[in-house]
Design a binder for this molecule. Structure first.
Ligand code: BGC
Length: 753
C-alpha cells in the first residue's frame, strides 16, 4: 500500500542547523519568494516535515490543519501533504513560508523526558508547482535561496506545551518585500533516508469549539476554567494585557477537592502554555505545535478577574466523518455513548493513542485492537486505520513480532516490547474489523504478508502451540494483583488469541483466494484449539483461571467442544452472579463480556451488568461525572479518591469497547456481511429501556433502527440502505427479509427482562 506515487524529488530539506538539540529551543521560521510572470491557472503545494509545520502563502496560512504532516514511523516514511493553492497566488511577487516545530520527530516522547527520538533537527521539504494561464510552468522548491530566523514561538513541545513571546512577533514576515532584518540563509540537510508517501488519512483539525461553563478562583489569582468536557486540543486566548505580562495556562482533567487542578496523573508532561503579551490592545493567540488532554485550565498571571471570552477550547482530532448516532430512553447510557465518542475524539489524533494527557500518548496496539470495532460505529475510521496499519507494519520485527506501540518508539527498551498477546494481534484484528465494516479487501491484501509473519512468529515461539507468558494479560482486570498479574494466566490469553487470529487468517486467506494458505491456517487453528483444550479445559467445562475473562476468551473464540459450552457458560454466569452481577474484566475480557452473554441468550444479564451504577461499572464512572472513558475501573472512587497516580488517565478509550454492543444489541444494527452489504436488524430491548434509536452511515448509505416499547407492544421502524440485503429479527418473532427502504414493525412483546 501507500506506494510511493511519483513524488518530485528535487526539493531539499531545510531547517536550522544551529538550533540547540537540548531543552525546547525556538521554532524556525522559513521563507522564500517567487516572481510569477502572469496569472495562475493551477497551483499545487506539496510539503512534508520531519517534525510538524504550518505553511503560509502571502501572509495566509495554507489550509486549516494542525500538527501536520502528523506522526508516521519516520524511520521509514514521512507523509506528504498536498494543497491546491491556486487562489492564494497572484502575478508578480509571492512568498511561501513555514514555521517548523518539533512534533513527534524531535520533541519529547515517552516517560523519561527524552527528546530527538528520530533525529536532532526538524526539517521542511516543500514543492510548489504552478501552471500559468498561458500554459507556462513554474516551480519552487525548498533548498538554496530560502531564508530563516527564529520568532515568537520560543518553545513548542507536544507533552510540555508552547511558549509564545508576542514581543518577538515578526509582523508580516511572509509577504513580498518583508523586512530582511535578522534573517539568514536556511541550512540544507542531507537527503532523508525514508520514503515520502502521500498522506493516507484525514488531517487533524479543529472540529468543535467550546466556551467555558464555569470560572472559579480556588486560590487568589488562580482562575480555573471548566469546559464541562474532557477533550484533546488547545485553548485560544484572547486578552488585553500589558507588555511583558506573562499568562500561564495549566491543563488538567480533574479537580482536587479544594477546586484546584489535579495534575499528578500527567506524570512528567508539563502541559503548560505560556503567552507573553505584546501590549497595547486585544491580542489573540492559539498555540500551533502542542495539544493537551483537559477539561480544566488553570490561568495565572492575570491582573483582573477574567471573563469567559478569555479562553475558548478548540477540540482537535483527525477530521473523520461522524457516522453513528445512538439514543435511548436511559440518559445515563446516552452519556456513556457520548463518553465513548469523546474518548475516540480525544485519542484519534493521527494515531490511535492510549491517552492524550500524560507523558505517553502512544499508539498502543492492544487498546486499538479492542476498540476498532466500536470506533467504526462512531466515525469513518477506514483511512485512519489504513494509515496506522502502515505504522504497525513499519514497526514489525523481521521475525514477525509486531511492536507494542505503533509508530514503534518502545522497541529500544528491549525485545519484551514486541509480540505480546492481544497487543500484537492488532496486526490481524484491525484489518479484519476494517474489512468487516467497510468491505474493502485491499486492507487485507496490504497487511497479508505481515499478518502471516505474525502467525509464523507465534508458531515458532510457542511450546506445543501454547504461547509463553508474555505481557500484558487481562490488563487492569479488577482482581489483578499487579497491573499485569490478573487471574487469567498470560499464556492462556496468548494461546486463545493465537487460535483466534489463526482462525481469522484462514478466513482472510480464503477471501483473498489463497486456498493453500487458508487450508494450512485452518489446520493450524484446529491444532491450537486442541492444545488449548488439553492445557486449560477440564471435562466439566472449567477453564484455568476460573475467572470471567478465562470463560469469555474460551467462549468468544470458540475454543470449547460444543457440548462443554453450556457448562462453561454456566461457570461464567455463576462468577458474574457471585459478584452481584458486576464485571471483573480488564482490557482483554471487557469487550467480550456483553457480546458473549447475548450470544448465549443472556442479554438480560448483559443489561444488568451494563446498568450497574456502583463500582465497578461503566455507569459508576458516569455517575461520578465522567465525560470520557477512564483508564481504570477505579481511576476514581468515592472511597479512595484518585487511583494509582503512576498510571491513571481519565481519557482512555479501551473500556469504551462496550459501544459496539450498544449499537448492535440496543440499537439493533449488526453487519452480517462485509461492508454492511447485508445487515441484521436485531434490537433486543431490555434493562427497562422503553425506546432506542440508532443510525449508521454505512458504505452503502444510511441504516437506522428505532423502537419503542409501550406495554405489550414493540413498535418501530428500520431503514435499509440501497443495494443492501437485510433481515429483521425481533425477540420471539420469525426472522423477516427486508428490501431497501423504510419498514415499520408493530409486534406483541412477550419477552420478560
Ligand atoms: C497504556 C495502556 C497500554 C498499556 C500496556 C499503558 O501505559 O496506557 O493503555 O495498553 O500500557 O502495557
Amino acid at each position: 500500500m501507500q506506494k510511493t506515487t511519483k513524488l518530485p524529488g528535487n526539493a531539499q530539506w531545510i531547517g536550522d542547523r544551529r538550533r540547540a538539540t537540548k531543552g525546547e529551543p525556538p521554532c524556525p521560521y522559513l521563507r522564500n519568494s517567487l516572481a510569477l510572470p502572469g496569472p495562475v491557472r493551477r497551483a499545487t503545494l506539496q510539503w512534508t516535515a520531519l517534525g510538524v509545520a504550518d505553511l503560509f502563502l502571502n501572509g495566509r496560512k495554507v489550509g486549516e490543519d494542525f500538527l501536520m504532516p502528523g506522526w508516521s514511523d519516520f524511520q521509514h516514511r514521512a507523509q506528504v501533504m498536498s494543497a491546491d493553492v491556486s487562489a492564494m497566488l497572484r502575478p508578480g511577487d509571492n512568498t511561501l513560508g513555514a514555521i517548523l516545530g518539533d512534533g513527534w520527530y524531535t520533541g519529547t516522547l515517552l516517560w523519561k523526558n527524552e527528546r530527538n527520538h528520530y533525529g536532532t533537527h526538524p526539517q521542511l521539504w516543500a514543492r510548489l508547482d504552478i501552471e500559468l494561464r498561458d500554459g507556462r510552468k513554474v516551480s519552487m522548491t525548498t533548498g538554496r535561496g530560502w531564508q530563516m530566523r527564529t520568532g515568537p514561538v520560543i518553545a513548542a513541545d507536544i507533552y510540555h506545551g508552547e511558549i509564545h513571546d508576542a514581543r518577538l512577533d515578526l509582523g508580516d514576515w511572509c509577504v513580498p518585500g518583508a523586512s530582511k532584518a535578522g534573517w539568514r540563509a536556511a541550512d540544507l540537510f542531507a537527503k532523508y533516508h525514508g520514503e515520502l508517501v502521500p498522506k493516507v488519512n484525514e488531517a487533524v483539525r479543529v472540529t468543535e469549539t467550546l466556551k467555558p461553563r464555569k470560572i472559579t478562583e480556588p486560590q487568589p489569582g488562580k482562575y480555573v476554567f471548566d469546559f464541562g468536557q474532557n477533550l484533546a486540543g488547545v485553548c485560544r486566548l484572547k486578552v488585553r494585557g500589558r507588555r511583558g505580562q506573562k499568562i500561564t495556562l495549566k491543563f488538567a482533567e480533574m479537580l482536587n477537592a479544594d477546586g484546584t487542578v489535579y495534575r499528578e496523573n500527567l506524570r512528567l508532561a508539563r502541559a503548560t502554555d505560556t503567552y507573553i503579551c505584546r501590549g497595547g490592545g486585544t491580542e489573540e493567540w492559539t498555540p500551533r505545535f502542542t495539544f493537551h488532554g483537559f477539561r480544566y485550565v488553570e490561568v495565572t498571571g492575570l491582573h483582573r478577574k477574567p471573563s469567559a471570552e478569555l479562553l475558548t477550547a478548540l477540540v482537535l482530532h483527525t477530521d473523520m466523518a461522524a457516522t453513528g448516532k445512538f439514543r435511548c430512553s436511559n440518559p445515563l447510557l446516552n452519556r456513556l455513548d457520548r463518553n465513548i465518542s469523546w474518548g475516540l475524539r480525544g485519542n484519534f489524533l493521527d494515531v490511535p493513542t492510549d491517552c492524550p494527557q500524560r507523558d505517553e500518548r502512544l499508539g498502543w496496539t492492544g487498546d486499538a485492537q479492542v476498540f476498532v470495532g466500536t470506533s467504526a460505529f462512531h466515525y469513518d475510521v477506514r483511512d485512519f486505520f489504513r494509515k496506522w496499519l502502515q505504522d504497525l507494519r513499519d514497526g514489525q520485527r523481521a521475525d514477525g513480532a509486531y511492536p507494542d506501540v505503533a509508530p514503534d518508539v518502545l522497541g529500544k527498551y528491549g525485545p519484551q516490547q514486541f509480540g505480546n498477546a492481544a497487543w500484537s494481534d492488532a496486526g490481524v484484528i484491525c484489518p479484519w474489523e476494517i474489512y468487516r465494516h467497510y468491505g474493502d479487501k485491499k486492507i487485507l491484501a496490504e497487511n497479508y504478508d505481515a499478518m502471516k509473519r505474525w502467525i509464523g512468529y507465534q508458531q515458532r515461539t510457542s511450546k506445543d502451540l501454547i504461547r509463553p507468558r508474555t505481557a500484558y494479560g487481562d490488563w487492569l482486570a479488577i482482581d489483578a494483583v499487579t497491573a499485569q498479574n490478573a487471574p487469567v494466566p498470560c499464556d492462556l490469553v496468548g494461546t486463545a488469541y493465537f487460535a483466534h487470529t489463526t482462525d481469522l487468517m484462514a478466513k482472510i486467506a480464503a477471501i483473498l483466494g489463497k486456498k493453500d494458505d487458508s487450508r494450512k491456517f485452518r489446520k493450524l487453528h484446529t491444532q491450537i484449539v486442541e492444545a488449548f483444550r488439553d492445557a486449560y479445559v477440564t471435562p466439566d467445562g472449567r477453564v484455568v483461571g476460573h475467572c470471567q475473562t478465562a470463560y469469555l476468551l474460551a467462549l468468544a473464540f470458540d475454543l470449547l467442544p460444543t457440548k462443554l459450552r453450556p457448562k462453561a457458560f454456566a461457570h461464567l454466569v455463576d462468577l458474574i452472579e457471585s459478584r452481584g452481577c458486576h464485571l471483573t474484566t480488564g482490557f482483554v475480557g471487557t469487550p467480550l463480556l456483553l457480546p458473549v452473554l447475548t450470544r448465549f441468550g443472556r442479554t438480560d444479564l448483559a443489561y444488568k451488568i451494563l446498568l450497574q451504577e456502583d463500582y465497578p461499572s461503566w455507569l459508576y464512572t458516569v455517575r461520578n461525572g465522567a465525560t470520557t472513558m477512564w483508564e481504570r475501573w477505579n481511576s476514581y472512587t468515592k472511597e479512595h479518591g484518585f487511583g494509582d497516580v503512576g498510571m491513571n488517565s481519565f481519557n482512555h478509550y479501551a473500556y469504551g469497547a462496550v459501544g459496539e454492543w450498544m449499537y448492535a444489541v440496543i440499537g439493533g444494527i449488526r453487519p452480517s456481511a462485509p461492508g454492511f452489504k447485508k445487515i441484521l436488524f436485531a434490537p433486543e430491548p431490555g434493562g427497562g429501556l422503553t425506546s432506542a434509536q440508532c443510525e449508521l452511515d454505512t458504505p452503502l448509505g444510511r441504516a437506522a433502527c428505532r423502537w419503542q416499547l409501550r406495554g405489550k407492544t414493540l413498535r418501530g421502524e428500520v431503514e435499509v440502505p440501497p443495494r443492501t440485503n437485510a433481515e429483521l429479527r425481533l425477540p420471539g418473532q420469525r426472522t423477516k427479509q427486508l428490501l431497501p427502504g423504510h419498514h415499520r414493525f408493530d409486534v406483541k412483546w412477550t419477552v420478560h427482562s
